[in-house]
Design a binder for this molecule. Structure first.
Ligand code: SAH
Length: 451
């Protein structure tokens, strides 16, 4: 049974992608046939088949969800020329470059909300209004926000025409939620932010659930529950949604150009260099972070793009993944970032204050308390093994981390920044705190201004 479920789930993931590729083709059809020839009876039959073979067969059991999917006429939420495709197993274009989600995904997300009937639910990303209509069948009130005015307007009119009196459509940036009507028993997000927006967590009621796709190129559908003020997170399946837009979603952070000429001679830095275990509480600047990461990557040539490891280097494949945990850096939100050396950028993996979690995972070593940021070295076991074999994993990742950390030490000395290399931590806890999938954390360098 599990194998069947697995196959079905993978089929659905592929069809989402396939569906996206089909969009231009579908739009081309517009010119050929302006409207569908299917009768209401045929459409109803297709809807039944959709529920049977795309939804029930993939494991959706909640009877109320199934009957809502059977009741809501999905074709009325897509342009007329797509009516005959409205019950097919893929997303469809709804204008403005946006899509209505694949039926199975709508059913799955709805089921994950676990509605009883008396809830107040917030949806982010109204789109066509289809998901909102399904929700309206299953709870008391639906508040839904759409950022594109024309889509919000069309959905509002459509839902009114279809007789929904318990759906309230708003035009605005869903990142902020709807404070005025909070808290919500359930929150469902149908566009993907790179991390869970804080206002949405705040607007979730105690005991409430949030269903949300999170990520950029790789996205995961997650369920968050709030218990005693704490958030419990569970990953469901990989998915592909349109990205959450708006000014509050922070994308990559461009780093300022590092200085290629040192402030101190290497000899001087080597002479002075020593471990620092307690720092002043002063923040680091983005420029200093840029300089330190540049050193961590060992970039040596006269520019950032196209640069490779400096001498001494392990060769063609740089085996390390460099991350940065931010506690106190001017111009950077707290959280975990991935360093993208070739782009000279930081990419936010997730936002949040990780200080006490890192402190705990590293057996309560004090330097995490006063640090402003932490460089995290991790490596991808499989990637390195493929290239260098089993022996290479130990040899190259460990050797390169040594080189890289030495570069950071010297650079930090020249900037008046203190650091210490930390290899003693609880592996399992550290992996959980950083949530870095398939990567092994080897070494951490807490950084801060010297006292
Ligand atoms: N739930 C919709 C499909 C959603 S497609 C349906 O059933 O049809 C995702 C939608 O999210 C798009 O319409 C997009 O414009 C919207 N969106 C993207 N970023 C947003 C934001 N910050 N706030 C609100 N809506 C957003």
């Amino acid at each position: 049974m599990d194998i069947i479920k697995y196959i079905y789930k993978n089929i659905q993931y592929n069809t989402i992608i396939w569906g996206l590729f089909c969009i231009p083709l579908l739009l081309a059809c517009d010119a050929v046939s302006k409207s569908s020839n299917l009768s209401e009876i045929e459409l109803t039959k297709k809807r039944k088949l959709m529920v049977e073979y795309q939804i029930k067969a993939r494991g959706i059991k909640n009877k109320k969800v199934l009957s809502a999917m059977l009741k809501v006429e999905r074709h009325k939420f897509v342009p007329k020329f797509l009516w005959d495709q409205a019950y097919n197993d893929y997303p469809l274009p709804i204008g403005e470059g946006q899509t209505i989600s694949q039926p199975y995904i709508v059913a799955l997300m709805t089921e994950l909300l676990n509605l009883k009937g008396d809830e107040k639910v917030l949806e982010i990303g109204t789109g066509s209004g289809y998901q909102a209509a399904v929700l309206a069948e299953l709870c008391d009130k639906v508040y839904t926000i759409e950022i594109i005015p024309s889509l919000a307007e069309t959905a509002k009119k459509r839902l009114k025409k279809l007789g929904y009196t318990n759906v309230y459509v708003f035009c605005g940036d869903g990142y902020l939620g709807l404070k005025k009507y909070a808290p919500f028993d359930g929150i469902i997000v149908t566009c993907a932010p790179p991390y869970v927006p804080k206002p949405l967590i705040e607007q979730l009621k105690e005991g409430g659930r949030m269903v949300i796709p999170v990520g950029e190129t790789y996205q995961e559908l997650k369920v968050l529950t709030k218990k005693k003020g704490k958030i419990i997170e569970k990953s469901i399946i990989p998915v592909r949604f349109v990205p959450m837009t708006g000014k509050y979603v922070k994308g990559d952070v461009k780093l300022p150009k590092p200085d290629y000429k040192g402030k101190m001679s290497v000899e001087e830095a080597i002479y002075k260099r020593h471990s620092v275990r307690e720092y002043s509480k002063n923040p680091l600047s983005l420029k200093e972070i840029s300089q330190l990461l540049w050193a961590a990557n060992g970039i040596n040539i006269d520019g950032i793009t196209g640069a490779t490891r400096s001498f001494p280097s392990a060769g063609g494949l740089y085996p390390l993944d460099v991350y940065l945990v931010v506690f106190n850096v001017k111009e950077l939100e707290k959280g975990l970032y991935k360093y993208l050396p070739y782009k000279n950028k930081l990419s936010l993996v997730f936002a949040g204050n990780l200080k006490s979690a890192l402190y705990e995972a590293s057996y309560y070593q004090e330097m995490f308390n006063s640090a402003a940021a932490v460089i995290v070295y991790a490596y991808d076991y499989n990637k390195i093994r493929q290239r260098y074999g089993e022996r290479g994993v130990i040899r190259y990742s460990h050797m390169d981390i040594g080189h890289s950390a030495e570069n950071v030490y010297l650079q930090a000395e020249a900037l008046g920044i203190g650091t210490v290399a930390v290899g003693a931590f609880n592996d399992k806890k550290m992996e959980k705190v950083l949530n870095i999938k398939d990567k092994k954390v080897l070494y951490l360098l807490p950084l801060g201004k010297k006292q």
